[in-house]
Design a protein around this ligand. Structure first.
Ligand code: UDP
Ligand code: MG
Length: 321
């Protein structure tokens, strides 16, 4: 029994939303023209999520699940789902129903027209704090400006991908995974489908500010060398400034030998300025070297504690890396 459609849903402490999620997603699955598998990935939840997922799996043979041994993060959870999918058409969506499953048939329609990637683009975010909206808005614009691949603005991980694309993503070994970026990087025929993003069905946001910031830094470092170059530019700028200041000091020394400006203050300012430029540059270097270190270690992306419904696939996981 080979499913044609695979839905991938990462889950971290979503006990309040799971029932409603299942209701809406399975309603869509019932309407599809072929077999569907629903892959739920438990990303080390501490609440009852795993128990509920197991029950879904027992009641409904379309539901398979992977359960991580700890919290590895949203991007890794999606990656695990992609590793295990069996369908031809793969849809990734959030568990909190901010990505309406009702959009899936429209996405499939685009796929039938020949697109291999159909990503959902938010035209509006309902009831999210102004801080989240503002940071997200500016982040996507900065990323678009700096990134070497064209990553569309205001798109999340909610998307449909063809098997071909998923095979390419699965063959990419990098462990700092920014899936939206990788998805743009692969190419193929891509198109957007626009939607208004609902607010969370229940529960708290699982992406804390720290996690979002981590993702933002990761995406910039993974897809842009501009920050590295930036430190060179700042260095050049400060060198020019230092040159200008020394000319100024020389001028003052000759014309106004008693001016206090030529003394301590000038020196202190120059030291602080250059010191901070160096520290910033070292920090930027550190970000990149840290990534290299992570990649070189070549650790597996996740550890599975439990799997339901993929017996033939366990082999794949064991052979990974
Ligand atoms: N999530 C996850 N691991 C995490 C954090 C979040 O699998 O460490 C899942 C979460 O359960 C949800 C999705 O990722 O299905 C998006 O999370 P959230 O709604 O908190 O983020 P936002 O909507 O702000 O992007
Ligand atoms: Mg959400």
């Amino acid at each position: 029994m080979q499913p044609k459609y695979s839905f991938i849903i990462p889950i971290y402490n979503e006990e309040e939303t799971l029932l409603e999620l299942y209701r809406r997603v399975s309603a869509i699955a019932d309407r599809m023209d072929d077999l569907v598998e629903i892959i739920l990935i438990n990303d080390g939840s501490q609440d009852q999520s795993l128990k509920i997922i197991r029950e879904f799996h027992q009641q409904d043979q379309r539901v398979c699940y992977l359960s991580f041994a700890r919290n590895f993060g949203h991007q890794i959870a999606v990656t695990a789902g992609l590793n295990f999918v069996r369908g031809q058409v793969i849809v990734v969506l959030d568990a909190d129903l901010q990505d309406p499953p009702e959009l899936i048939p429209d996405m499939v329609e685009k796929w039938r027209q020949g697109y291999q990637v159909v990503y959902a683009q938010r035209i509006k975010r309902r009831k999210e704090s102004w801080f989240k909206r503002f940071t997200a808005y500016s982040f996507y614009r900065i990323l678009k400006y700096l990134a070497e691949v064209d990553i569309p603005t205001d798109t999340g991980d909610f998307c449909l991908m063809d098997r071909q694309v998923v095979d390419v993503l699965n063959s990419m070994p990098e462990c700092n995974r920014y899936i939206r970026g990788l998805r743009s990087w692969v190419g193929f025929q891509q198109t957007a489908i626009r939607f208004e993003r609902d607010s969370r069905f229940a529960g708290e946001v699982k992406y804390t500010f720290g996690k979002s910031l981590g993702l933002a830094v990761n995406s910039l470092v993974s897809f842009s060398k501009v920050p590295l170059r930036l430190s060179t530019y700042i260095g050049l700028l400060s060198a020019a400034l230092a040159l200008f200041m020394s000319v100024l000091v020389l001028y003052w020394r000759l014309t106004e030998p008693d001016s206090p400006l030529t003394g301590f203050a000038t020196i202190a300012m120059a030291i602080f300025f250059l010191g901070s430029v160096q520290l910033i540059s070292i920090g930027i270097l550190g970000e990149y070297i840290g990534r290299i270190y992570e990649e070189v270690k070549g650790r597996p992306l996740y550890t599975l504690a439990e799997v339901g419904g993929f017996d033939s696939h366990l082999k794949f996981y064991k052979n990974q890396r």
